[in-house]
Design a protein around this ligand. Structure first.
Ligand code: ZN
Ligand code: ZN
Ligand code: FE
Length: 730
């Protein structure tokens, strides 16, 4: 556009100083807004006009100064762009079949960055010296690879190699050999962008089962990678929005409804109606998937609940008994980042696990964070969050903070983020649960002021921040377990909330969590507790399948444990009520992964039932015993499990409607914020949103951050900030 001037990165973003005709400048500004560079994220464009002319003779890109300029977000890792894919399979291109092709619009970022400002010398690409041709592209402002820091080619860049448990397999073409092994039913550990995957042929029931056995992963669904969206469509129904998310450069795993005729083995995702699919996002994936008509299982490479492997040595050690072969490459991964998981609800992408492709891009907040905050999150599915100004830098998915390795990732992640963004927290927010490792970490910090935030207040605040709203809302937190203000385990909570406070208006009546942590793994325990509370000692005489499976000895020990109050903390958890339901229907006596009982209860539910059971509300107490009685009556009458499950979902939705209406009548509020792990249940969420909207409520659900505990740290930021601003930290 014949403009002259300068462009540079500064603390606030990108500063462009241009001179030219008013018309050209206007067109230029419009163009930036309407056709931004593919990976840019434009929060706002601010223009200052009529500055004194500087008389620039040319247009230059200036180096960014590093000191104090750390607010600039490091980009997330992005899937290979269309142009790079074309070059990858173009015989005439010099990067033909090169597994690390990338450009300014695609490729790894966050996972290779060691420090800021972002340039090659501070990434794990610093070990590779650019060849002349790459250097020329890198320095040419008109080239697509201008300042693409991970630029590489077969001459100068990283390479792949295949090993068995002994040594490198030389000679054969690595890709075609790997494909052959996969077709032969072998399990391969494949190094990717944020860590290793374990891959096998998804068509082979035998290979999938072998992977399950070796990984000690009984039932938790495996993610799949399909070569193209058409492959995905063979197995799942894919809506327009879902297709868009699958194809987006974030490249998450998308949870999709499995088609009725889906011919893939049930063992990929036992007793679940959805499959998690992703499309290739690294050039290596494109090469591997070439000519593959069937999807591959591509699951995080770990044993059971350990964090995903990301270093070569770690992979060799920990995956020795799982993988038959290793597909390595020599580009180091600096930080372990799992695949993200997204599902579509209400025509919108909803984050289930926010990680690779999204982190560490900040969540823009509607409130201003005056003093830098570190929020330590919760325990399961943990994330942390650093915040300053209008940005919440939510971490990638760290995992369950229960083993040493995950705790190390948590600590290292926090110092890495602090360094990347130059944030020295003045406030630290943490969960009130005294035993969470994140809580202990926060309390041991020296210096920053500490602010404890109740778990469900954090959930609701997270939902509000996610939707960029503030003020007072009806906060409905339906959750697993979270530490309550009375020291009990909350999880079925109706709150009157803003960022400052959360008043508990009503909750599910307390039930003994017989066996403590064991009760979470064994849903039959809660089923037995509810049954006993509803029917007394005579409950064992009810002609239920559930009873016939429970030995008198088990009954007796459970009852005496509860009576003596031994290892039976009280809980108002809605998640546990879902467990109890699954237990009563004999879907599950024990679970093999978090939420399994509720997921299976949802997957058998009849979606079209109209009847439901009534909860009994008296004052602030909500009793589920009437629901349990209704369910037992239906079971004795031979009503199908599908219908009972459907009725139960509708019951909870109607309870939420009734409570919202009551709070509205008393407090005049019309906005409802829904949060907590239970709302991962799509059938429940669908019912709740429909009922509330039909009754005229304005309903807010999660979108940018997960409704599960992965979103807690954002809520903690919002609450800590509000309290700090008001001077009320405790
Ligand atoms: Zn590209
Ligand atoms: Zn090169
Ligand atoms: Fe929670």
């Amino acid at each position: 556009m014949s403009l002259t001037g300068r462009v540079r990165n500064n603390v606030n973003g990108v500063l462009i100083d241009v001179e030219g005709t008013a018309l050209a400048i206007q067109r230029f500004v419009n163009e930036i807004g309407s056709h931004p560079p593919p990976l840019s994220q434009i929060d706002s464009i601010e223009c200052k006009e009529n500055l004194p002319p500087a008389g620039y003779p040319d247009f230059l890109i200036l180096e960014s100064s590093s000191a104090g300029d750390r607010a600039l977000p490091v980009s997330a890792d992005f899937g290979t762009c269309g142009e790079c894919v074309r070059e990858l399979f173009d015989q005439r291109n010099r990067r033909y079949r090169y597994p690390f092709i990338n450009c300014t619009n695609c490729g790894p970022r966050f996972t290779i960055v060691e420090d800021v400002p972002y340039d090659r010398a501070r990434t794990t690409m610093r070990h590779f010296k650019m060849c002349h041709e790459c250097r020329t592209e890198y320095e040419d402002p008109l080239d697509r690879r201008f300042h693409a820091e991970p630029i590489a080619c077969a001459t100068c860049g990283p390479r792949i190699y295949l090993r068995d448990h002994g040594q490198e397999l030389r000679g054969a073409d690595v890709i075609s050999y790997a494909q052959e092994l996969l077709r032969a039913g072998k399990i391969l550990a494949i190094k990717g962008i944020g860590g290793y995957h374990l891959a096998c042929d998804a068509r082979s029931n035998e290979a999938v089962n072998r992977l399950r056995q070796r990984k000690y992963r009984e039932d938790k669904p495996f993610a799949l990678m399909g070569r193209t969206i058409d492959v995905v469509r063979q197995h799942c129904s894919v809506s327009e929005v879902e297709a868009k998310v699958l194809l987006s450069s974030n490249r998450p795993i998308v949870l999709l409804e499995r088609k009725a005729g889906c011919s893939l083995p049930e063992s990929i995702a036992p007793n679940v109606k959805t499959l998690g699919f992703m499309l290739p996002y690294a050039p290596l994936h494109y090469l591997l998937m070439e000519k593959m008509a069937d999807p591959l299982v591509m699951t995080s490479a770990n044993v059971s609940d350990e964090p995903i492997c990301y270093s070569d040595e770690d992979a060799r050690l920990r995956l020795a008994n799982i993988a038959d072969y290793f597909l390595f490459h020599d580009r180091e991964i600096n930080i372990r980042t799992d695949d993200s998981v997204v599902r579509v609800f209400d025509e919108k992408a909803v984050m289930v696990r926010r990680s690779r492709g999204y982190a560490p891009a900040p969540v823009r907040t509607s409130f201003s964070v005056s003093r830098p905050i570190l929020a330590c999150g919760a325990e399961l599915k943990s994330t942390f969050c650093l915040a300053r100004d209008h940005y919440a830098y939510l971490s990638h998915h760290i995992g369950d903070l229960e083993n040493f390795e995950t705790l190390m990732s948590f600590k290292e992640g926090i110092s890495h983020f602090q360094q990347l963004y130059g944030i020295e927290p003045e406030l630290v927010a943490y969960d009130l649960h005294p035993d969470y490792l994140s809580t202990k970490y926060a309390q041991a910090l020296d210096g920053p002021e500490k602010i404890g935030v109740q778990h469900h207040h954090a959930h609701i605040a997270s939902c509000m921040a996610d939707n960029a709203i503030d003020g007072e809302v009806i906060g409905i937190a339906m959750d697993g377990l979270g530490f309550g203000l009375d020291g009990k385990l909350w999880g079925g909570e109706f709150l009157l909330a803003d960022f400052m406070t959360a008043e508990r208006v009503a909750h599910l009546s307390y039930m003994p969590l017989a066996g403590g942590a064991k009760a979470v793994r064994e849903p039959w325990r809660l089923a037995a507790v509810y049954l006993h509370q509803a029917f007394g000692n005579g409950c064992t005489l009810l002609k239920l399948d559930f009873n016939s499976r429970l030995t008198p000895r088990k009954w007796a020990s459970l009852r005496s444990m509860v009576a003596a109050g031994v290892n039976s903390p009280e809980t108002s958890s809605m998640g546990r009520l879902f467990d109890a339901m699954a237990g009563l229907l004999c879907l599950r006596d024990t679970v093999n992964y978090e939420g399994q009982a509720a997921i299976e209860l949802e997957s058998i539910a009849d979606h079209d039932v109209k009847e439901f059971y009534e909860f009994l509300i008296s004052g602030s107490e909500i009793s589920a015993l009437t629901v349990i009685k209704g369910v037992v009556r239906d079971l004795l009458d031979g009503v199908s499990h599908a219908e009972i499950s459907g009725k139960f979902h509708l019951s909870v939705a109607n309870l939420i409607l009734r409570m919202a209406q009551r709070i509205k009548a008393e407090h005049g509020l019309n906005r409802v914020a829904l949060s907590g792990g239970v709302f991962q249940n799509m059938l429940l969420l669908k019912h709740v949103c429909a009922l509330l909207r039909a009754a005229g409520f304005e309903v807010f659900t999660h979108r940018r951050v997960p409704t599960n505990d992965g979103g807690i740290s954002l809520g903690q930021v919002a609450v800590a900030n509000a309290r700090a601003n008001s001077g009320r930290c405790h």
